[in-house]
Write a protein that binds this ligand. Structure first.
Ligand code: B1M
Length: 209
């Protein structure tokens, strides 16, 4: 399977074609991580580049994202397959003002696959909603995603909301997303930063093991 063709189908927003290609690749025993990295994530990187260069606009970017999410639904059962007993509970969401969910969904799937019970609050999530859900399910970990330099500062508001509520020491904060860094994580007094979904699993296993 030529994964560059899959990448092109996603970039063009051809959801049905891309979905079929993922199904075929899995049937051909192509590694899910290869499908993800060389087909799907590569497509989003190309879309981002084209958007930056004004070769693509928001509606096309949205179509590509929909195609990507359709493909991820096919990959989800493979990525989340786990026979292990849950090792902990985590709440995850993309912070307020931010509508990007592909990376967050990927992190959720991989953490679920690692045996963590996941509660996904979706996109545009307020600090209050994170706190309420963490309390409700007695979460061990709160996972924050942000893709915009303008929404990243809201992560600090979430940590502060937990501090104000006297709940900060009950959870561990794991944060990530393209503009986020280790230094930023330290600066807002979150606990861990992960560069990608695989690193998020490594961190989570270390914390919850
Ligand atoms: Co937007 N967008 N977007 N976008 N978009 C970016 C992020 C951008 C970099 C594009 C660019 O300019 N090159 C740019 C941000 C610039 C900046 O802030 N510096 C941008 C912009 C500007 C915007 C709008 C403002 C555009 C506009 O309206 N003029 C707008 C904002 C809307 C909003 O959120 N309020 C907007 C809108 C959109 C769409 C809705 C059209 C769509 C999102 C649809 C969706 O998600 N359902 C979209 C898309 C698709 C992108 C790009 C092209 C792709 C993002 C993506 O899914 N990547 C993106 C360019 C890019 O990233 N190259 C771009 C693939 C995904 C697997 O990677 O999300 O980085 P990522 O996740 C990774 C890691 O970051 C990490 O692990 C993941 C997996 O490895 N990670 C975590 C993520 N969360 C984590 C959490 C963790 C740990 C790791 O722990 C909890």
């Amino acid at each position: 399977m030529d994964l560059s063709q899959l990448s092109l189908a996603v970039q063009k927003g051809s959801a049905a074609k891309a979905k079929q290609m993922v199904t075929e690749a899995l049937a051909e025993k192509v590694e899910p991580s290869e499908i993800l990295n060389n087909g799907l994530i590569a497509a989003m990187a190309a879309v981002g580049e084209k958007f930056k260069n004004n070769e693509m606009y928001v509606p096309e970017m949205l179509m590509a994202a929909k195609a990507m999410n359709t493909c991820m639904l096919v990959l989800e059962p493979v990525l989340t397959a786990t026979g292990v007993k849950p090792i902990g509970k985590a709440v995850i969401g993309t912070v307020k003002g931010d509508l990007h969910d592909i990376g967050k969904n990927l992190v959720r799937m991989m953490l679920k696959g690692a045996g963590i019970e996941m509660y996904d609050l979706g996109i545009d999530v307020s600090a209050e909603a994170f706190l309420n859900k963490a309390k409700e399910v007695n979460a061990d970990m709160v996972c924050l995603s942000a893709l915009l330099t303008t929404t990243m500062p809201y992560m600090k508001s979430v940590v502060e909301e937990f501090e104000k509520a006297g709940y900060r020491d009950k959870v561990v904060f794991l944060i990530g997303g393209a503009p986020v860094s280790e230094n930023y994580c330290k600066s807002i007094k979150a606990d861990y930063y992960a560069d990608d979904a695989v690193a998020a699993v490594d961190v989570a296993k270390k914390i919850l093991a």
